[in-house]
Ligand binder design. Structure first.
Ligand SMILES: [Ca+2]
Ligand SMILES: [Ca+2]
Ligand SMILES: [Ca+2]
Length: 275
């Protein structure tokens, strides 16, 4: 007899109460919340514990779904109302306009911008039928990861990569392919360069193996005047953007190379060292 389950104990208590009072005992109300997380809005993970959530690129949208269920068995009057708060996203709903009947579930979806590293947060529901209050909490974890790092070569064939800020011309930048990165799959309209986030100057990029390693590279040209580089610039980033689950753009791949700004500003002894 050592395996008396909690359910059995509860049933016994309910039976005893029923016998004593002559009134059947039901679970009048109760509340449950489950918080889920998704990258694509289709595959949802409960992710209650550290390490069980999805990975999301920093800056992309991460989606959360909250399912709130009245676990009660009978209608209560007044009806069960609820509020949901999230310790990171704040108020999710006050729920008061749409009270929950017994056995019914309300579903709410929210978006957030993915942060860096593992992120865990907890949603809490508080419900009331004006006599009794009920509460439940549930977590969801995800891990924000940096964009994929790619190799680039500013001014292929030149080193240093001198850029004349007064130039009215263009700067060539090669995105280097490798065994694991087929650059021909890159949509050149999603590529930007420099702090000015310049888009490509010509109608399209071209494929060429600029470093002779046997893998095709993609060569873009950007107008120098659109780069927003200045005399203090030492590096410049090439960014490839992708669309996330809600259609927002985020940096999915980033490559960086050095720049040598010319002419040097006042006080700099650049001397005769011409590009
Ligand atoms: Ca969860
Ligand atoms: Ca170069
Ligand atoms: Ca190559």
């Amino acid at each position: 007899m050592k395996r008396v389950s909690i359910l059995t104990k509860a049933t016994i208590i309910a039976l005893v109460l029923s016998l004593v009072t002559g009134v059947a005992v039901y679970a009048a109300a109760g509340i449950d919340i489950e918080k889920y997380v998704s990258v694509d809005g289709e595959n949802w993970l409960d992710a209650d514990d550290s390490g069980t959530g999805p990975t999301v690129t920093e800056g992309a949208t991460v989606l959360f779904k909250y399912e709130i269920t009245n676990t009660g068995e009978v209608d209560v009057d007044p009806a069960l109302t609820y509020t949901v708060t999230d310790d990171v996203l704040g108020s999710i709903t006050d729920g008061t306009e749409d009270p929950l009947g017994p056995g019914t579930t309300a579903t709410i979806t929210k978006y957030a911008t993915a942060g860096s590293g593992e992120q865990g947060n907890v949603a809490t529901v508080n419900a009331s039928d004006e006599v009794t209050t009920y509460t439940d909490s549930d977590a969801a974890y995800y891990t924000g990861v940096a964009p994929v790092s790619v190799e680039i070569d500013i001014k292929p064939g030149s080193d240093p990569n001198s850029i004349n800020l007064k130039s009215k011309g263009v700067v060539p930048v090669a995105l280097l392919g490798s065994e694991s990165f087929d650059v021909s799959t890159v949509d050149d309209s999603t590529v930007t360069f420099g702090p000015g986030e310049a888009t490509i100057a010509h109608n399209s990029a071209h494929l060429e193996d600029v470093n002779g390693d046997g893998y095709l590279d993609m060569v873009f040209h950007f107008r120098t005047q659109e780069l927003n580089l200045d005399e203090t610039s030492e590096v410049a980033d090439l960014t490839i953007s992708s669309e996330d689950a809600v259609g927002s753009s985020y940096a999915s791949h980033v490559g960086q190379d050095e720049v040598n700004i010319v002419p040097k500003g006042k006080g700099s002894k650049g001397g005769k060292n011409k590009d």
